[in-house]
Ligand binder design. Sequence first.
Ligand code: IMP
Length: 428
Amino acid sequence: MPAIVVVGAQWGDEGKGRVVDGLAPQAHVVARYNGGDNAGHTVVAEGHTLRLHLVPSAVLHPQVVCLIGGGVVVNPERLVEELDELAGLGVDVGPDRIKLAANAHIILPTHRALDGAREASRGKQALGTTRRGIGPTYADKAARVGLRAGMMADPEGFAEQVRTLVETHNRLLQNHFGLEPLAAEEIAARYHEYARRLKDHLVDGSALVAETLEAGKTLLCEGAQGTLLDIDHGTYPFVTSSSTVAGGALTGLGFGPREVARVIGVAKAYTTRVGAGPFPTELLDEIGQRIREVGGEYGTTTGRPRRCGWLDLTILRYAAQVNGLTELALTKLDVLTGIDPLRVAVAYEREGERTDRFPAEFGIEALARWQPVYEELPGWTEDIGHARRWEDLPPQAQDYVAFVEEAVGVPITLVGVGPDREQSVWLT
Ligand code: IMP
């Protein structure tokens, strides 16, 4: 059986975790393909609430092997912490279950310090990063000076490389940003321990993926963040530093496009964004506030309030285009209950000119000159949290979903109607 890619269709936080969770029972390997501990996913297990940042959330499905792929950047401290927490709940986190691709890159404390320093130096132009060291780690990867997870197979050699790179970063921190250096020896010693702890989890990620697919088993690829945060195709420079789009699954995990059977885009029934950058359908009024409160729109990783706004169908069309979506999952429809009328952006307009496309190619300043064109749709007041079948949804909610499907041109196969796993209407 083939590969299934789950990708965020907006600016992240779309609820990819629940889609992965729903598909996990049919998967053999679930693999994260991009990003790092900037991502966050809340999992409730054995009555405990866990916030996972690196380990794929499907870890709670006992038959699944979890792979942290080569396209990911890994903070080993966080990974060890997550493994310990999961082990404490009785979850098997042994090397046979949790695999770390040898070509993933390693985040150092100095990467985090540089991330913070760069943000601070940007002042009002700050990107609003999660300050987890994501950008500087990918920058080192591209500059070919980064540390790969595979180096941890030799903890002594790895610690030495860590010390050298920390010293390089320290020079930058001191000379360019006027900051204090970090303690290289102490960091090297800690990373030596992480290496001893994690080295048995190392794997040739591409080989594991190939074996899985050759054996006819299902590979579920879990993207982090969303299409508009993609380093190439997002609202640059207000993006993250990885390939969040479906193509990132191929480069991040090391397999070819012929294997991909399904590409599932996940979108909220409205739009949110964390951090700075353009957001044309943002609501700065009480409706935005209401969506934030009802939807619990606060970041899993940083706790920051998310910016909220109307659904933008041009973004979803764009996501369908750059990811080759075969289907769409629409989450958090219940959050819109009680808002009437609802608005959705269907196009953009500028000085009499109109386009059905999200004007991404025109850059940030140009984007500000385009105004969204809205259509109004009737809202509903019924509680839809109990809906499990299409027929259970009130006609206005059905119309909203049908309108989105028609406008995007991709079938909607899942509608989320509440935070619990069961609160889903599967339309397959
Ligand atoms: P970075 O990934 O920490 O460098 O942050 C770059 C941008 O991506 C910022 O606007 C962040 O708020 C955003 N971002 C990073 N990870 C996530 C996520 O998991 N969900 C939503 N936004 C994210």
